[in-house]
Design a protein around this ligand. Structure first.
Ligand code: ZN
Length: 319
């Protein structure tokens, strides 16, 4: 259960964040994709070090922690805490305090919705705190070796032993804890090739990981299997699963429901179709961005993480 994994990776991440992040800000990414520098990930480390992590009680014994990184679901009960996702490593003090504010029970299980650093950054310390880590097999694969994300201009080093999921599955996995059945299901390649959903059956709460961003343009990681069409396919899969009564936890953004998933799907399809039509006419990426095919959504959707131009570039790449 407990390992003696080296803290080297975390320390290096802190140093990188401290050294480079002063030139950028997580919430002001206007130039992030216009330059080739590796600034987004260091900026995220820096922002998460100070960002508040709040607790929102949802239904039955399930809560969500909302911070700078991916949303964390927390299931409580006599078996100890079960977490879905682990935030950015630098958010540790805030995540730790938020978990302690729910109750003093130990952390027993961590599930990763996919391999990205803003969902797995806490793997090592949560493992040291007593959690065993469960994920789809591609999450273990990407965390086990150096992995480049071209969209972020960043190469992630292989994780330390304690950060690597010890149990993995391919398509589906069922878990029982705290009187709850958790159903885990792998998506076809969407945001990455490692995305899974987690359904808390009794509470009827559905964590989509990064296949759903609530009123924010999603990042799409083409380097590890993501695509715009895969992202739309996953949005359709979510709609086929989610009922009006379900509470839906997105990877990023506020907790929502079926209507928010419909909107997300519709926005993606609208922008995809417009960008595809312009590209088919022979327009360059710069010309498509200048045509502002996402103009009607930009004020609301282009703020958190992806500028309209950055999102259009990701769509253009895949059509
Ligand atoms: Zn992600």
């Amino acid at each position: 259960m407990v390992t003696t994994a080296s803290p080297e990776i975390s320390r290096r991440q802190f140093l990188v964040a401290g050294g480079l992040a002063a030139t950028t800000a997580w919430f002001a990414p206007t130039v992030l994709f216009a330059q080739s520098d590796d600034v987004l990930v260091p900026g995220a480390f820096k922002a998460a070090a100070t960002a508040a992590v709040t607790v929102q009680a949802l239904r039955r014994n399930v809560s969500v922690l909302l911070g700078a990184g991916g949303n964390i679901a927390v299931l409580t009960g006599p078996d100890g805490k079960v977490l879905v996702d682990a935030e950015i490593v630098t958010a540790r003090p805030h995540v730790s305090a938020a978990l302690a504010s729910i109750n003093a029970d130990p952390i027993r299980q961590l599930i990763n919705t996919h391999w990205h650093f803003d969902h797995t950054g806490g793997n090592e310390w949560l493992h040291e705190a007593g959690a065993s880590i469960l994920a789809q097999e591609n999450t273990r694969e990407h965390l086990s070796k150096n992995t480049r994300v071209e969209g972020w201009k960043h190469t992630f080093p292989a994780g330390p032993a304690g950060a690597i999921p010890s149990i993995v599955f391919k398509e589906e996995h069922t878990l029982h804890a705290n009187g709850t059945t958790l159903t885990l299901k792998h998506y076809l390649p969407a945001h990455t090739d490692s995305d899974i959903s987690v359904h808390f059956t009794e509470a009827d709460i559905f964590h989509t990981g990064d296949t759903f961003w609530n009123r924010d343009y999603p990042f799409i990681d083409y380097s590890t299997g993501g695509s715009i069409d895969g992202t739309i396919r996953a949005a359709e899969a979510n709609l086929a699963k989610v009922t009006d009564k379900m509470i839906v936890i997105p990877g990023h953004g506020a907790v929502g429901g079926r209507a928010d998933l419909i909107l997300f799907r519709d926005v993606l399809v609208d922008i995809r179709d417009k960008v595809a039509a312009l590209k088919k006419q022979g327009q360059s990426l710069d010309e498509v961005v200048a045509a502002k095919p996402s103009a009607r959504y930009d004020a609301e959707w282009g703020n958190l993480f992806m500028t309209p131009a950055a999102f259009i570039a990701l769509v253009y790449q895949g059509v």
